[in-house]
Every structure is written in C-alpha cells, then in structure tokens.
Design a protein around this ligand. Structure first.
Ligand code: CMP
Length: 153
C-alpha cells in the first residue's frame, strides 16, 4: 500500500484545526502509520521546499513554517498520495473546492493548513526526510475488509 506525508502547518495548529483535519483523514479510511510534533529548521525547509528556491515567497514560506512546531503525519492506503491530495484541495485556499480541507478552512496560498506529498516518488523522499527508521508503524486495521474489496488490496 502507498504511504504519503502530511504536514499540519502552523496555520493548522494556531487556528485549532488539528482535530478537524486529522478527523477527515481518519474518517476517509486512511491508516495513520506515524505522527510526531517537531520544530522544523531553515535547513530542513530549504531542502523540503527546494523547488521554490528563488521564488519571491521562498523565505517567507520557510519563516511561516517555523512560527510554531508542526505535526508530521504518515498516512497509508490504496492510492494514498492521490486520495490525500484530493482531501486537501488545490494549494490556493481561495480556489480550493468546498468540501476539501483548504476549501473549507483557509483563504490563503501560503497559510494553507496542510502540506501533502505531490507524487509517490516525493512521498518516499519526504517520509525519509521527516521520519527516522522505527517511527513508522505497521498494524492491521480491523475493518480493512470493509474499507476495500479483496481485489483492491
Ligand atoms: P505546500 O503544499 O506546502 O507546498 C509548497 C508551499 O508553498 C505551498 O503549500 C504554499 O504554502 C506555498 N506557496 C506556493 N505557491 C505560493 C505563492 N504563490 N505564494 C505564497 N506561497 C505559496
């Protein structure tokens, strides 16, 4: 099964949305494989957001991600990368569809509540960046047979 990274950003913590956001992933049927609070550093963020280096919002984005600790989460499921991105909605909260996390809870490009991995390849890289070996856990969800048909697993 696929694993993907979600970062609950400072905007999520400061606005008291941690429970609401994690509830959505949980109710969808994703398995929580790992979760921890951490204070990100400028160095970690320069690597994580490397594709945005040189853009006008780069330093501002990194600074905003260090205002409070964040919560990094690993969710697992069939097609988890795509499922989680669909639950989050498009990057700009003002354009995100109602019913998505960003569409329902934010008005901003930058202060957009969550980061989610954008591809299977990047999910692997990002999970290795934020989780140490032993911090991701394997356990069987008791209701797995009711979340998926046998041929989907
Ligand atoms: P995220 O999914 O964490 O990936 C990159 C982040 O950069 C994105 O969410 C936004 O928070 C931020 N971002 C992307 N584009 C812009 C922009 N045009 N202005 C400000 N922030 C942006």
């Amino acid at each position: 099964m696929e694993k993907t990274l979600v970062i609950l950003k400072p905007s999520c913590l400061m606005r008291g949305l941690v429970g609401e956001v994690t509830r959505r992933f949980e109710q969808k049927g994703l398995r929580l494989a790992g979760m921890k609070m951490c204070q990100l550093t400028d160095e970690q963020l320069s690597e994580h957001y490397g594709q945005h280096k040189g853009k006008p919002f780069f330093q501002q984005l990194k600074d905003a991600m260090m205002v409070t600790p964040v919560i990094v989460c690993c969710y697992e499921g069939v097609d988890a990368v795509e499922v989680v991105r669909n639950l989050a909605g498009v990057t700009n909260g003002r354009k995100a569809a109602l019913g998505t996390i960003r569409g329902d809870y934010c008005m901003s490009f930058q202060e957009n509540i969550v980061h989610t991995s954008d591809s299977i390849e990047n999910a692997k890289i990002e999970l290795e960046r934020f989780f140490n070996p032993g911090e991701l856990f394997d356990y069987k969800m008791p209701l797995l047979d009711y979340l998926y048909a046998a041929d989907e697993l």
